[in-house]
Design a protein. Structure first.
Length: 142
């Protein structure tokens, strides 16, 4: 089940601390940052049968489309799409369990997305399923 884990902010005269204390990172094996070249670029569709991911917007905002894959050999073109907007000011981690595909784009210039994965990089080529942007009917507009 897709889940949003809410964080918060502590602020005083020294500055601020943004946090998501309820994000249990015990399963995380690696992380990476994504910064799209512009707000027109859509990354996707990419899905993982075994890996799960967590997404946190460090700067700016992203729109994420999610689909639950029904068949790894030939998924239906009209799978229901769930769209979620993530903003750095919201202090949220989006958990995407295994079995889901994602497509996303930055909504603001210089937006940055931190991605956590529960498998090492050596596993990535074994669990990387991709489709063209136009494959799914309800995808993000290009």
């Amino acid at each position: 089940m897709i889940q949003t884990i809410q964080g918060g902010i502590a602020q005083d005269q020294r500055g601020q601390i943004r946090f998501v204390n309820d994000f249990d990172m015990s399963l995380v094996k690696r992380f990476y940052m994504i910064k799209n070249a512009d707000v027109e670029l859509v990354r996707g569709w990419r899905a993982h049968r075994i890996e799960q991911r967590w997404f946190y917007v460090v700067a700016g905002a992203f729109e994420v489309d999610l689909i639950q894959i029904d068949s790894w050999d030939k998924p239906a073109h009209d799978l229901p799409v769930e769209r979620i907007k993530l903003e750095s000011t919201a202090m949220q981690v989006l958990h995407v369990p295994k079995g889901y595909g994602t497509a996303f784009r930055a909504l603001q210039p210089d937006s940055e997305l931190l991605v956590f994965a529960d498998h090492g990089i050596e596993h990535a080529p074994l669990d990387d399923h991709t489709w063209p942007l136009e494959y799914f009917v309800g995808r993000l507009d290009c």
